[in-house]
Design a protein around this ligand. Structure first.
Ligand code: IDC
Length: 330
């Protein structure tokens, strides 16, 4: 009887104390032993000072190809390709985008799932605010601040989450538009998460990394985005990357393709090889556009392959095979 009474009171007190617990649901998973990263010179490093290169794939637009956000897909990329990172592309203004009538709750659910799967697999994950036709990052600045405030609060403990503030600004001078935008969004993130790595896009579809020389953000853990599509962007663009690196700018290739900048056209294998050599030599991270089977040459999966994970070599497009090899290569 005494024991029954005791257990009754214990249950009662437990209930009472859990009623006091914060009501917000915790993030789905806490990374276990994924080293936090910081910027060291032009590269990323772990707390012991070892250089860490992120290599992996970007999703296509989350609204358009949601089914590729699944644990087996990420596992295939990790185990079969040697990838350690995934980028979640959240379009802002394109059809169905976060700021153009898309279902925000559903899109955020996909982001949460993506973070959860990456976390369970020990991978890094980039939350990409994918501006494109909007061009000027300030077009949806309020939404960006609200989104990153919410995400950085939720994922402050996640050592594997990186924030990408603006995919590809256009007609937006670094000093007067992008930098002040980044300062505003960064302030929202830093209030919650003081040291996560943040990726900031540069003008002209994230290619003007030289603009940042001498004009970096006053934040040590920011890297600056450079994007290339190998069949369109060749030696003069590689030179831009070399110039930025030589000036000490941490360059991060958060998106790249091996075809032309439209996302289609032929793959340029020679230019691709030159790019991969340059990135490897300088320990520059890169994410491949994109993990889907859309009928365009940038898609990593062949259009007639419906598998959502477990791709064999013959399921990969030419871009897919070349990227898999480049990711596997050291
Ligand atoms: C392209 C997609 C294509 C989609 C289009 C939307 O591959 O299927 O219809 O966006 O406008 C980028 C962008 C990226 C582009 C990609 C190829 O970041 O969103 O994806 N690209 O054009 N910058 C340079 C090339």
């Amino acid at each position: 009887m005494a024991q029954k009474l005791l257990s009754f009171f214990m249950t009662f007190f437990l209930l009472l104390s859990s009623a006091d617990a914060p009501q917000e649901t915790p993030p789905p998973s806490i990374p276990d032993g994924i080293p936090p990263l910081h910027v060291a010179g032009t590269v990323l490093a772990d707390p012991q000072g070892n250089t860490v290169r992120l290599k992996g794939v970007s999703t296509h637009g989350l609204a358009w190809f949601p089914d590729y956000v699944n644990a087996d897909a990420f596992r295939t990329i990790k185990e079969g390709w040697g990838a350690n990172a995934v980028r979640l592309a959240l379009y802002t203004q394109e059809y169905g985008g976060y700021c153009s009538g898309g279902d925000r709750e559903k899109l955020k659910e996909l982001v949460d799932k993506g973070v959860q799967y990456a976390t369970e697999l020990g991978m890094y994950v980039i939350l990409d605010w994918h501006i494109l036709s909007d061009g000027d990052p300030r077009a949806h600045q309020d939404e960006a601040v609200a989104f990153f405030n919410e995400m950085s609060r939720k994922y402050a403990d996640h050592t594997n989450v990186l924030y990408e503030l603006c995919n590809e600004p256009q007609n937006s001078p670094w000093q007067t538009v992008i930098k002040p935008y980044a300062e505003t969004v960064l302030a929202a993130i830093r209030a919650n998460d003081p040291d996560a790595v943040v990726i900031v896009g540069t003008n002209t579809w994230s290619q003007d990394v030289e603009d940042v020389i001498g004009r970096r953000l006053a934040d040590e853990n920011v890297v600056y985005a450079f994007h290339f599509y190998a069949a369109t962007h060749k030696e003069s663009y590689r030179q831009k990357v070399k110039n930025a690196l030589a000036a000490g700018i941490p360059v991060f290739v958060s998106e790249c393709g091996l075809c032309d900048a439209s996302g289609s056209g032929g793959v340029d294998e020679n230019s691709a090889r030159e790019w991969f050599a340059l990135l490897k030599e300088n320990h520059v991270s890169f994410l491949a556009w994109s993990l889907c089977n859309k009928n365009e040459t940038s898609a990593l999966i062949k259009p007639d392959c419906a598998k959502l994970s477990g791709w064999a070599a013959e399921d990969l497009s030419q871009s897919g095979k070349l990227f898999r090899d480049a990711i596997l290569d050291g």
